[in-house]
Design a protein around this ligand. Structure first.
Ligand code: ADP
Length: 299
């Protein structure tokens, strides 16, 4: 079973600042780091580090060489990545001394997915393969419909959750992986168990995996409903926890893991990710995750 991820790739410019820039002010940054990011790139990286066969479908805009290299270096197949004349998607991230951030995103090439490209890419995959989507690219509804027509299994991580999601053809989705904010946006429910139920009622046949940060999460499908715990770790940087979880869980599906075991492995990988600084950089490889699980089970 292959995984095809239609997803964003961003250059993250991370600036340390004394305070966030104010209107009319010109402010010197203390330092700058250029990092690979975007939910699509992070999730492809996580699934590949978990050992799955992952194809990234993305628009490589001008300046995106480091993003494509990062994917390749992690074992992601980039043969579906397409060159694009628009600037690469990027984010300008200010981090203040309290560790808070303020983020400006420019979609750039991440909003240049054309219908012809989508169809040509989907044609390379067959019934039963997985199509993974987040909400950082354009034409998501079109990809959902075309993938479902081909009987590919659509997995949707509705992040970032804007109101437009309510108009997507969500009946095409086989599995939702989402956090509390995204669940609230889709269902208008604050209480997680209720939100999962409402979403399943609205999309019969779909499974729901609702993550709840350090509280773990809830998984439910037509056969089972179970909760799972997060591992207790000293969290240093929670950026990318959800992306690590999603990438690992999807890899586990492709590898035929039992759901309970898969939830535990994904929770272990994201616990490791939150114990280190950075987003893509902090995603563990499978051997590190398995070693962590072995240590935990001896406790
Ligand atoms: P998102 O990053 O999308 O908001 P969550 O915060 O719900 O996602 O985190 C996804 C998963 O990552 C959780 O279900 C949990 O297993 C793990 N996780 C997140 N935060 C922590 C934490 N502080 N300690 C341990 N595990 C965590």
């Amino acid at each position: 079973m292959k995984i095809l991820n239609f997803g964003s790739m961003n250059i993250d410019y991370v600036y340390r600042v004394e305070h966030f820039v104010r209107p009319g002010e010109t402010l010197g940054a203390i330092s700058m780091e250029k990092q690979c990011g975007g939910k699509g790139l992070n999730q492809s990286t996580a699934a590949a580090r978990a050992g799955a066969e992952v194809y990234h479908a993305g628009m490589a805009g001008v300046g995106s060489e480091m993003l494509v290299s990062m994917l390749k270096d992690n074992g992601v197949d980039v043969s579906c990545v397409c060159g694009c004349a628009q600037p690469a998607g990027h984010a300008v991230i200010q981090v203040n001394p309290r560790g808070q951030n303020s983020i400006l995103v420019y979609s750039g090439s991440n909003h240049a997915f054309g219908r012809e490209y989508i169809e040509k890419t989907l044609a390379k995959f067959a019934q039963g393969d997985i199509v993974l989507l987040q909400n950082e690219i354009n034409n998501v509804p079109y990809i959902m419909e075309k993938a479902a027509e081909k009987k590919l299994r659509v997995i949707f991580n509705p992040s970032p959750a804007g109101e437009e999601i309510l108009g997507y053809p969500l009946e095409s989705v086989g599995l939702f992986i989402l956090n509390e904010t995204e669940a609230k946006m889709l269902t208008d429910e604050n209480e997680p168990e209720r939100a999962a139920k409402v979403l399943r009622r609205r999309c019969p046949g779909a499974a729901v995996l609702l993550t709840l940060g350090e509280k773990g999460g809830i998984y439910s499908d037509s056969e089972r409903e179970e909760t799972f715990d997060a591992f207790s770790v000293a969290a240093v940087d929670t950026t990318g926890a959800g992306d690590t979880f999603t990438g690992y869980f999807i890899a586990g599906i492709a590898q035929g893991l039992d759901t309970g075991e898969n939830l535990r492995r994904a929770a272990a990988a994201s616990a490791l990710a939150v114990s280190k600084k950075g987003a893509a950089a902090s995603i563990p490889v499978l051997a590190q995750t398995l070693a962590f699980l072995a240590r935990e089970s001896r406790k």
